[in-house]
Design a protein around this ligand. Structure first.
Ligand code: HEC
Length: 174
């Protein structure tokens, strides 16, 4: 749940205090996410009914549950990367551009003003997507080598970059 909160903050759907923002209304209006357990389960049951035309119901359910676990694991490392960048803002190493409402903001895409945030949005919109879509398409190669592995690599890069930015700031003060 904490990992989800970090991701929703980086999407500007929750604010720093974890309260819903105006963007949540857009998400609701556009129906881009299942926001309740019931709504989610309805779609899940529909999908299992499709799988069950050819597979056993419990087999299909187990496959989709495995996909859910990939999402959870991917979100865990995504949240770690986001917290790293949030901390740079909190500690005054990065400063929020005047025309942004949220920072970091994954939905600024390639307009992000630092390499570390460029890495962060690609990690979310490209690698995390591939990790979970690969998993739900039963494609372990795609899930792993095009999704999970570059996510782990990017988390390492983000940590290295954060360390560098902090060191630069510290030496500029001297
Ligand atoms: C129209 C029939 C059909 C439907 C619908 C279908 N499958 Fe399959 N599925 C197959 C067939 C046939 C294979 C075996 C393909 C092969 O071995 O080349 C397969 C293979 C698989 C495999 C790989 C099994 C293995 O041991 O490699 C998984 C996992 C799987 N399906 C999950 C699902 C899930 C989850 C759904 C629903 C989202 C689904 N399938 C829907 C027919 C179907």
């Amino acid at each position: 749940m904490n990992d989800r909160v970090a991701i929703l903050q980086a999407l500007g759907v929750l604010d720093d205090a974890g309260k819903p923002t105006a963007r949540l209304d857009l998400v609701k209006a556009g129906k881009v996410a299942r926001l309740t357990k019931e709504e989610f389960q309805k779609e899940r049951d529909k999908m299992i009914t499709v799988c069950a035309q050819c597979h056993g119901r419990s087999y299909a359910t187990a496959q989709l549950d495995a996909g859910d676990r990939v999402v959870r694991d991917a979100d865990k490392i995504m949240a770690e990367a986001i917290r790293e960048v949030q901390a740079l803002y909190k500690d005054g190493i990065l400063s929020k551009p005047a025309d942004w409402t949220f920072a970091p903001d994954l939905l600024q895409f390639y307009e992000a003003k630092s390499s570390i945030e460029q890495d962060l949005y690609v990690m979310f919109l490209e690698y995390r997507m591939r990790a979970f879509q690969g998993a739900f398409h039963m494609n372990p190669d795609y899930m792993h080598w095009y999704g999970w592995a570059p996510m782990k690599e990017t988390l390492r890069k983000i940590r290295d970059e954060a360390e560098k930015l902090r060191a630069e700031k510290a030496s500029a003060k001297k």
